[in-house]
Design a protein around this ligand. Structure first.
Ligand code: AMP
Ligand code: ZN
Length: 475
């Protein structure tokens, strides 16, 4: 098995990865809150987690990947402030919480499938695990880490010695400079709710009976309860986006270790944000890009996957259309080179019989992966390989297909793009462009958008220029 080094947010350093049980990895990644579509920033984090799992499996580890679906308890502030995100969305859309949850869960998995993100081994919904959460909260309570105040059960962070270690928070200093606390029931501003019984809203749709009264769980407890249920009370890797370090993961650690009395997770890995023009992309602000919106513009989901692979997961990645265009042309030219190799080589070599030169690329690729998932370096090796005429075609082909296990770019499916249009089609496209212009003039934007979408579905991209609308075939 190849040695793997990863950056552990706990302690903030690169460490040799040693699983608890040799050859097996328990991995938990925080899943989506299903009140809206995932934006492409969220999807960057899931692409990172998928690449991590693919890398570990490539090196021979048996990974159990668990992901939760948050369908209750996540308030609009990560710190227990605001309204439940699910309830708010249900009210705004005039649907039930369960309908909203089902709709966006399906949309999420449709997106991940299109991005070649492999389905986790276990996907678990918060609302299916309320009893597990209650049992865990009982243990936290029995160990003396909680208090009941104003109708809610709180976690008392002052009782937990290592509170804030993950984020490097110094509780004493923070207390002095803390913002005015909105919840007067808290003893300490960093205390958080384990179980709510006092809802701020009249029609709380999802409520359960519990030893503390009828109510619903705080957000953080679901990840502690479900990860322990499926991976055991101690496991190897927990991941998520960097926004989760200070509150969500910090609180997950406090309550999990308060319940068990021992260490919970050995390695914490966090993906940096995708940013828009240096700004934040957030789901709650409503202004965000979905995968669907990229597809509508004529991009292949794998263009976005390639775009993400081009940045290290611990660096911010700045999204731009030019950047996505570059990723698309790089991906297409990679496929073209693979096709050329296919035409040259009778069949791929066997991976165990590669020549010296090809083997050197294989080693360099794997070394980059094993060095805290250095995907940009790994991709650079792919390009050097494809440009190296000294590597026999059958070796290069075998290698690139093997490497695609981790890249997930569907390289084996590469085909020549046969594109041609006859005069009837050209006439039809032009008539659609005219119809769309007329619809726009009449301010009937729904029809105009529908015409554009239909053209995209048929592989034709429109571009509005000052001199008029032009079209091109989507590659
Ligand atoms: P949520 O559905 O809001 O719980 O977020 C799902 C995942 O996406 C979490 O792991 C977040 O940390 C992550 N995330 C949120 N915003 C971004 C962003 N702009 N870039 C990358 N990851 C993000
Ligand atoms: Zn979580």
């Amino acid at each position: 098995m190849h040695d793997v080094h990863i950056f552990n947010t706990m302690g903030r350093k690169i460490q040799l990865f040693t699983p608890l049980h040799e050859g097996n990895v328990g991995f938990y990644g925080c899943g989506p809150t299903v009140y809206n579509y995932a934006h492409i920033g969220n999807l960057r984090t899931y692409i990172f987690e998928d690449t991590l799992v693919r890398m570990l499996r490539r090196f021979g580890y048996r990974v159990t990947h668990v992901m939760n679906i948050t369908d209750v308890g996540h308030l609009s502030g990560d710190d227990d402030t605001g309204e439940d995100k699910m309830l708010k969305s249900a009210r705004e859309k005039g649907q039930s919480v369960l309908e909203i949850a089902q709709f966006y869960t399906n949309a999420f998995f449709k997106d991940t499938e299109r991005l070649n993100i492999r389905q986790p081994d276990i996907v678990c919904k918060a609302t299916d695990h309320i009893q597990d959460m209650i049992e865990l909260i009982k243990r936290i309570e029995a160990n003396g880490y909680s208090y009941f105040s104003g109708g809610n059960l709180y976690f008392d962070v002052s009782k937990f010695d290592h509170y804030g270690e993950l984020a490097g928070l110094q509780l004493d200093q923070l207390k002095a400079g803390a913002r005015v606390e909105l919840d007067p029931n808290k003893r300490n501003p960093f205390d958080f709710v384990l179980w709510f019984t006092k809802s701020k809203f009249d029609k709380q749709a999802l409520i359960w009976d519990s030893p503390w009264g009828i109510g619903y769980p705080g957000w953080h407890i679901e990840c502690s309860a479900m990860s322990m249920k499926y991976l055991g009370e101690q496991f190897d890797i927990h991941a998520g986006g960097v926004d989760h370090i200070a509150v969500h993961h910090t609180n997950e650690i406090a309550q999990s270790e308060a319940a068990t009395g021992h260490r919970w997770v050995n390695y914490w890995m966090h993906a940096e944000f995708l940013v828009l023009d240096k700004g934040k992309m957030s789901k709650s602000s409503g202004s965000f890009l979905t995968l669907e919106s990229l597809i509508d513009k004529g991009y292949d989901p794998l263009d976005y996957r390639y775009f993400c692979l081009g940045g290290h997961y611990r660096s911010q990645l700045s999204f731009s259309w030019e950047g996505l265009d570059q990723a698309r042309s790089a991906r297409l030219s990679l496929l073209d080179r693979v096709l050329a190799l296919k035409e040259k080589a009778v069949k791929p070599a066997s991976i165990s019989e590669l020549g010296q030169k090809a083997l050197r690329y294989l080693t360099a690729f794997d070394d980059a992966l094993a060095d805290d998932l250095a995907m940009p370096r790994a991709l650079a090796q792919v390009w050097s390989l494809l440009k190296d005429n000294d590597v026999p075609a059958q070796d290069a082909l075998a290698l690139i297909l093997n490497i695609d296990e981790v890249l997930g770019l569907d390289i084996a499916k590469a085909q020549r793009r046969e594109v041609s249009v006859d005069t009837d089609t050209v006439q039809w496209i032009n008539s659609q462009i005219q119809r769309r212009a007329a619809a726009k003039k009449a301010r009937d934007f729904a029809t105009a958008d529908a015409i554009r979408s239909e053209l995209v579905a048929r592989g034709i991209q429109l571009e509005d220029r000052p001199e008029g609308t032009v079209w091109r075939l989507i590659e």
